[in-house]
Design a protein around this ligand. Structure first.
Ligand SMILES: NC(=O)c1ccc[n+]([C@@H]2O[C@H](COP(=O)([O-])OP(=O)(O)OC[C@H]3O[C@@H](n4cnc5c(N)ncnc54)[C@H](OP(=O)(O)O)[C@@H]3O)[C@@H](O)[C@H]2O)c1
Length: 246
């Protein structure tokens, strides 16, 4: 059996490894391997594939730019999957469709992506997770200069990317057949606490209070999982400790 992972970032590599561990042939394709999902022939890359995992990303807070990127990516991937008879597995963010976070352009783009993915004709599964443990470092890169970073006030239940990747691999292999899987980490924390816990040389976190309804929503836990959501992987602190041993 063969899978293609479109998007070669941290998540694409982790998902590729989890699928390969199940004995599947995996190809990870992104611009650094010479494949641009917005310009190239996606069906040609998917030929012979049973499943395609879409793990592309473009960070922007602009609703227009996020929507444009995510809808074009998923339309290209889903249409090509339908054309070659592959299943489409989309990586998404738990809660991105909630009304109170639509003021954040990135989430509006992800919600639009989920809607567009459902219309391409491919057999679709969406795996939604909370923010990954790696998110503290991603945020520090996106909103930082040197070792100083702006950190928005957010209450979240972060999850280990490797645990999310294992769930994606189960969906790819057909061990799980749900059309929408939601997973979260075991503990509630804040992005500020996570950033302040990062190991040396660390990041000097400057708390950023986002004004208005969106800021309140982020602070009050609009991105937290509903009661009963599947919990996977270690807590952020356990993950940091394990990582420091490697
Ligand atoms: N970060 C989180 O905490 C989190 C949590 C839940 C869900 N997610 C979702 O998971 C997905 C992946 O997130 P991420 O943080 O790994 O994203 P990312 O690091 O921003 O981007 C993922 C990869 O997309 C590839 N890419 C971008 N434009 C491309 C293009 N035109 N053609 C082909 N590949 C392209 C990039 O590889 P190249 O540069 O090589 O092209 C990049 O490494 C996103 O949809 C995100 O919303 C993220």
């Amino acid at each position: 059996m063969r899978a293609v992972v479109v998007g070669g970032g941290t998540s694409g590599r982790a998902i590729g490894a989890a699928i390969a561990a199940r004995g599947w042939a995996v190809q990870v394709s992104s611009r650094r391997t010479g494949f641009d999902v917005l310009r190239d022939d996606v069906a040609a890359v998917l030929r012979g594939a049973d499943v395609v995992v879409e793990a592309t990303g473009r960070f922007t807070t602009s609703r227009r730019r996020a929507t444009d990127f995510f809808v074009r990516s998923t339309t290209a991937v889903g249409s090509a999957a339908a054309a070659v008879g592959a299943r489409h597995v989309l990586l998404s963010v738990l809660g991105c469709e909630r009304p109170e976070v639509q003021g954040y352009g990135y989430f509006a783009g992800k919600a639009a992506q989920e809607r567009a993915a459902a219309t391409t004709g491919a057999e679709l599964s969406v795996v939604r997770s909370t923010q990954w443990h790696e998110f503290a470092e991603q945020n520090a890169e996106r909103f930082g200069v040197g070792r100083v970073a702006l950190v928005p006030a957010m209450t979240i239940a972060p999850v280990a990317l490797t645990a999310v990747a294992a769930v994606v691999a189960e969906v790819v292999s057909g061990e799980r057949r749900e059309r929408c899987v939601e997973v979260a980490g075991p503990r509630r924390t804040t992005l500020l606490a996570m950033t302040e816990s990062l190991p040396a040389p660390g990041v000097r976190a400057l708390p950023l209070r986002i004004p208005g309804r969106l800021g309140r929503a982020f602070r009050d836990g609009a991105l937290l999982p509903d009661v009963g959501t599947e919990v996977v992987g270690p807590s952020f602190d356990e993950w940091l400790t394990a990582r420091s041993r490697h």
